[in-house]
Ligand binder design. Sequence first.
Ligand SMILES: Nc1ncnc2c1ncn2[C@@H]1O[C@H](COP(=O)(O)OP(=O)(O)OP(=O)(O)O)[C@@H](O)[C@H]1O
Length: 415
Amino acid sequence: MGIDFGVCIQNMKKKLILNDQLHGFDKEQNELIQIIKKTTDFGESDSMIILGPRGCGKSILLESVIKSLSPESHTLVLLNGLIHTDDNLALKSIIQQLQMENLDGTFAEGSYADNISFLLESFRAGNKTASKSIIMVLDRFDMFCSHTNQTLLYNLFDSVQSQQSPLCIIGLTSRIDVIELLEKRVKSRFSHNIMMLNPPSEISQLLERFKHSLIINKHCKVKADVLKNWNNNIELLISDVRIQNLMKDLLKSSNNSTKLNLLIFHALSNMSNDLILTVENLTNNYTTLFKKDMILVHLLGLSVLELCLMISICHHSEIYDQEPFNFEMIYDRYCKFALRNSTLLVTKRQVIIKAFERISVMQLILPVAVIENKNVLREYRLYKCSINLDKVKTASNLYFRLPPVILQWIDSNII
Ligand SMILES: Nc1ncnc2c1ncn2[C@@H]1O[C@H](COP(=O)(O)OP(=O)(O)OP(=O)(O)O)[C@@H](O)[C@H]1O
């Protein structure tokens, strides 16, 4: 029975990783099923846009609906604005996913005009009853709107409107102004079915999601008393004020669903041998996962050369009372140190310029007077340091195998 309980925990973790567990959105799920079934069962073409902030569950909702359909009832075509960056790429992918290139070997290789007329001809040749339905998902729908003349969108929506082969187009986007992005002729062909998805906005909703992910149901082959203890413990956790505060904190972050899943996954992975989920476990994991000192994380991600430049910058700022500096000043300070220590290679100037620029991109140093800086050679642009020497010292002490001369240099009398 102990093994069964372990398997149960593993299954919980698997569901969290595979995004296999839609919670809530019952109304939206039903609405989406109705629209898709109109195409798969009755051959009626339609289009819809699912709109919601990043990570609110648009994909998981659509996946749950598609999973509930019988695979024979439709052909799925998946497009993503990040991958299919122009109409030509998108069209080739549609033809390949519909396995139409086999009809004429040259088509997927042919010009855009050939391909689109071939695709539209195929749609026209179909009919409501005999043709297999196509569900076409356009993830990052807003990116398709930036394609030249929106030709593909126009042709797809036109096919939907003229009810040729059964085709259901579902767009997923987080752009609230997506309709405004459509050209007039495309907009007029779109069905204006828009589904808004809202992520949890109240603590109770997040706690409900937490419970849903962790409660073990009765079908699980676990001893009755083990199951009862586990579920009672989850109820206790939910009523604990520390967990409620933690959820309050999670709610403030932009993508609370992904973070909640990650937190539960780590808490389950770090359970002690007695397999009990505790408040301490959850709060500790929460702190390590989401309460990191990001400046420290950035500093630990620097190369040794970049860290040395940061030390030079902090030394300079301490000596000159936070006065602005340029690359030449820091380069000079770094070279003096590097030449004193034969263990450190004096690197090429260009490499050091690149390292300095990376530090600037990471905003560990900030430009002063951006407008004036534009007309100045990059070596002479002025910057100010956004962190202090103590932070760099902490990072250096944690840095993996930092040469001791560098550690001594940080603490050496600044000259
Ligand atoms: N209602 C929900 N039930 C269960 N998990 C959810 C829910 N909503 C979001 N999630 C989780 O949040 C994460 C992001 O979900 P999903 O990929 O569906 O969001 P999305 O809106 O499609 O994001 P994007 O805009 O970045 O494409 C996934 O790990 C998913 O499991």
